[in-house]
Design a protein around this ligand. Structure first.
Ligand SMILES: NC(=O)c1ccc[n+]([C@@H]2O[C@H](COP(=O)([O-])OP(=O)(O)OC[C@H]3O[C@@H](n4cnc5c(N)ncnc54)[C@H](O)[C@@H]3O)[C@@H](O)[C@H]2O)c1
Length: 308
């Protein structure tokens, strides 16, 4: 295996992501955490599943960043997860320190990697990783839009009783309550959702999508979602490792696109070996544009608190 992916944070999202990447034999995988023994144990457990899965990925759990050297992609999932009643924004200061430290350590050993940030509050943590790394904006990307779009796709497929494979959806904006599901750009076998469902059903799907994370937090009682988040992150990693030029809703640093400047916000982006190849500046209606700007303003509030 000549590709290497490091997953920082061996908790629910990180370990599940490491498992997905190894199962798919996409790369050798290093799982790193501050807790001693835990990443080693999970790494060994994932490795021992691979004879059954038919994958020759090498998986290593560690507490030492030296083991992460020369990774092609580094995914940061370290941080604390939301507890019931806790907003993503409450996580801000704790996860700021964690993401800063993880970024500094990771890039020391993998100066040419593409960084994918997963830790919440997502958009603000992307800004932290971008500023701390000094990487070009193309190599610091956030995962949220793939997950939010996957949730919307699930709800559309459930509503219409069709295969999820027929459903495409786009959710843009910040990864919070102000996210912007776009029914006009969401399709079932190429037919826009707006032609298939009445407005009240579309509104209900958009609402459930926007509170998709909170719904799961409420059910789990401890911790937050990780199966769909890890699957969504794996899709981004795969697009980069395989240089697929795949368009996925991703959290990107905008410098004027969609009228937003100097901020990480979720937009349609084309991903390949170098990270973000192109931001797809689709034409929005006045209402959609206003919703995106409202969402960007919510991100800016957090970024301003952190002064990054
Ligand atoms: N972007 C998204 O769509 C999305 C989706 C799900 C979860 N998340 C976020 O991802 C993060 C992880 O979620 P989880 O469910 O895996 O949480 P978790 O608590 O299961 O795992 C977090 C892990 O990070 C580790 N950690 C803490 N500080 C560290 C440090 N300095 N260095 C290395 N490791 C460190 C912890 O030991 C723990 O194992 C949270 O911030 C969560 O809110 C984001």
């Amino acid at each position: 295996m000549n590709r290497k992916v490091t997953v920082v944070g061996g908790g629910n999202v990180g370990a599940t992501l490491a498992q997905r990447l190894a199962d798919k034999e996409l790369a050798d995988v290093v799982l790193i955490d501050i807790v001693e023994g835990m990443p080693q144990g999970k790494g060994l457990d994932i490795l021992q599943a691979l004879p059954v899965e038919g994958s020759d990925s090498r998986v290593l759990g560690t507490n030492d960043y030296k083991d992460t050297a020369n990774s092609d992609v580094v995914v940061i999932t370290a941080g604390i997860a939301r507890k019931p009643g806790m907003s993503r924004d409450d996580l801000l200061n704790t996860n700021y320190k964690i993401v800063k430290e993880c970024t500094e350590n990771a890039i020391k050993h993998s100066p040419n990697c593409v960084l994918i940030v997963v830790s919440n509050p997502l958009d603000a943590m992307c800004q932290v990783a971008y500023k701390v790394s000094g990487f070009p904006k193309q190599r610091v990307i956030g995962m949220a839009g793939v997950l939010d779009s996957a949730r919307m796709r699930t709800f559309i497929a459930m509503e219409l009783g069709v295969s999820v494979e027929n459903v495409h959806a786009f959710v843009l904006g910040g990864h919070g309550d102000t996210m912007v599901p776009l029914p006009r750009f969401s399709t079932v076998a190429g037919v826009p959702l707006t032609e298939l469902l009445p407005q009240d059903r579309i509104d209900a799907i958009c609402k459930r999508t926007a509170s998709g994370g909170a719904e799961i937090v409420g059910l789990l009682k401890t911790g937050s979602a990780y199966y769909a988040p890890s699957a969504s992150t794996a899709e981004m990693v795969e697009a980069i490792l395989k240089d697929k030029h795949k368009i996925l809703a991703s959290c990107c640093y905008l410098e004027g696109e969609f009228g937003i400047k100097g901020l990480y916000v979720g937009v349609p982006a084309q991903l390949g070996a170098k990270g973000i190849e192109k931001i797809w500046e689709i034409k929005l209606t006045g209402d959609e544009q206003a919703a995106l700007h409202k969402s960007a303003a919510a991100v800016k509030e957090l970024v301003d608190i952190l002064k990054v």
